[in-house]
Design a protein. Structure first.
Length: 115
């Protein structure tokens, strides 16, 4: 009986965490995909972390030549295949998700950064 009660308490305590993680995983909008797959390295607004930008200048998506010229094919290829330390996301993104992520990424230079 004590074991069942303990298990029930663990399940109830973990429920918000599970629902929160499921909600994050289900946000398949352009911004949601960016948060899930890109933000860790490229930063919340595309600037990339200062220290790493010195090593890899195109971590800053706001100044990336392919983004500034709005080259969808090049951005698509980079996301799908990866490059250098960036992994490819071919197996993680459906074609329509990839297009939403490209749309969002191409908008980054025009967005006003939050200070």
């Amino acid at each position: 009986m004590r074991t069942a009660l303990a298990l029930l308490l663990v399940l109830v305590a973990a429920t918000p965490v599970v629902w929160l993680s499921l909600a994050c995983a289900r946000d398949r909008s352009g911004p949601g995909l960016y948060r899930s797959y890109c933000r860790r390295c490229h930063g919340a607004e595309g600037q990339g972390p200062d220290r790493q930008v010195k090593l890899y200048p195109y971590l800053n998506l706001r100044k990336s030549p392919m983004i500034l010229r709005r080259d969808r094919a090049a951005v698509r290829q980079r996301i799908v295949e990866g490059h250098g330390p960036m992994p490819g996301f071919r197996r993680r993104l459906k074609p329509e998700e990839l297009e939403r992520l490209i749309d969002f990424t191409l908008q980054l230079p025009t967005m006003t950064p939050r200070e």
